[in-house]
Design a protein around this ligand. Structure first.
Ligand code: GLT
Ligand code: MN
Ligand code: MN
Length: 397
């Protein structure tokens, strides 16, 4: 029995609309091309993707302008494609929470888009993105993603990196104002990536993006769209990056997938590799008030035919729900919770010294004698805590 058939016989991990799972049309539509080999799967009709994803329990789909409307389509072709697509959304009860622009595939973008050295390319990128924003608004998208794509360098000498940052700022400011002027209900989410397809991409991590946002004209309209694989490519802790984005109120969207450490961008099925990190990611998202889409920006292995693509899509969603159930189990595990309480309780004798700055606290802190030897001898029992976590994740608790 295939995974899909098993799944349709309903179980607690079955994806449901209220789970808010979404996929890019480019994810299930990925044809398996890589730098060493050509397409292995035929193109998937977006209408079919909408139908199939809805049947599997997804809530919505996202797209780049050209995932739906081919580059260079006439206005009449565009309108027909969009009409059929909107019909499919309504027929299968799906929505489009996010849209984005393809600013990397066509050769015109080989040196980037908003940071390209050629002013004509930069202006064309503005024009293309305005049309794509209009398309997104037409299908109800409320988040607009900017992934840098080819915004970067191979030859460092080619661009002044400060000018590149300024050009990106000018572009994002331009689109914020465009969205405001059109009256669209839309926020912008910036997606960092350290490299690939360029040798180095500008704004490589969540932290770089967060800092950049506060230099914009409308920082309140702009947040981040972090991707698991992209931070893992940099060897960073994704969970901590997400925590910082959440703390800043800037987690507008998220790209869930997986990755085997720092190497090329693998976009694997969610939770297929970094199980412990993804457990803590799901814990964070579920507990800290993220209520946006759980978007999968991943694709199936190149070895797969179409059935494998649907196995992949269902696998992403099931693994999220399985990890969510594990989080509930973690929170209900008496032994784990007792240890956590014990660990975080600590000695309250000095608690009063940590309630913020005051001249009184300064005075008290200066006078306090700390028993450093006793503090230094403390064992924290993190081995036990981590092992209990592992046993729980592996199903042994
Ligand atoms: C592309 C990229 C992704 C981005 C998509 C949005 S396009 O597939 O690899 O990480 O999220 O532009
Ligand atoms: Mn992505
Ligand atoms: Mn990726």
């Amino acid at each position: 029995m295939s995974i899909i058939k098993q799944e349709l016989t309903s179980d607690q991990y079955r994806p449901r609309k209220e789970d808010k799972f979404t996929f890019g049309l480019w994810t299930v539509g990925n044809q398996g091309r890589d730098p060493f080999g050509d397409f292995v799967r035929p193109a998937l009709d977006p209408v079919k993707s909408v139908k199939k994803l809805s049947e599997l329990g997804a809530w919505g789909v996202n797209f780049h302008d050209n995932d739906l409307v081919p580059f260079g389509a006439t206005p009449a072709e565009r309108d027909r494609i969009v009409r059929d697509f909107k019909q499919a959304l309504s027929d299968y009860g799906m929505i489009v929470p996010m849209a984005t622009t393809n600013l990397f595939y066509h050769p015109v973008f080989k040196d980037g888009a908003f940071t390209a050295v050629d002013p004509a390319v930069r202006a064309f990128a503005l024009q293309k993105t305005m049309s794509a924003i209009d398309l997104g608004a037409e299908v109800g998208a409320t988040t607009y993603v900017f992934w840098g794509g080819r915004e970067g360098v191979d030859a460092e000498a080619s661009k002044d990196p400060v000018v590149a940052v300024q050009r990106m700022r000018d572009a994002i400011n331009f689109f914020c104002q465009y969205i405001i002027d059109q009256g669209y209900n839309m926020r912008i989410a910036l997606e960092p990536k350290p490299n690939e397809p360029r040798a180095d991409t500008y704004f490589p991590t969540i932290g770089h993006m967060l800092a950049f946002i506060y230099t914009l004209d409308h920082p309140e309209m702009v947040g981040v769209n972090p991707e698991v694989a992209h931070e893992h490519m940099s060897g960073l802790n994704f969970v901590h990056g997400i925590a910082q984005a959440l703390d800043a109120g800037k987690l507008f969207h998220i790209d869930l997938n997986d990755q085997k450490g720092p190497r090329y961008d693998q976009d694997f099925r969610f939770g297929s590799e970094s199980i412990k990190s993804m457990f803590f990611l799901v814990k964070l998202l579920e507990e800290k008030g993220y209520d946006g889409p759980r978007h999968f920006d991943a694709h199936s292995y190149r070895t797969e035919d179409e059935e494998g693509v649907w196995d992949f899509a269902l696998g992403c969603m099931r693994t999220y729900n399985m990890l969510k159930a594990k989080v509930q189990q973690f929170n209900a595990d008496a032994e784990i919770q007792a240890l956590l309480q014990d660990l975080n309780g600590g000695d309250q004798t000095y608690g009063g010294l940590l309630s913020g700055y005051s001249s009184e606290t300064v005075k008290k802190l200066k006078e306090t004698q700390f028993d450093v030897d006793t503090l230094a001898k403390r064992g924290y029992r993190y081995e036990k805590l981590d092992q209990m976590t592992i046993e729980l994740i592996l199903g042994l608790r």
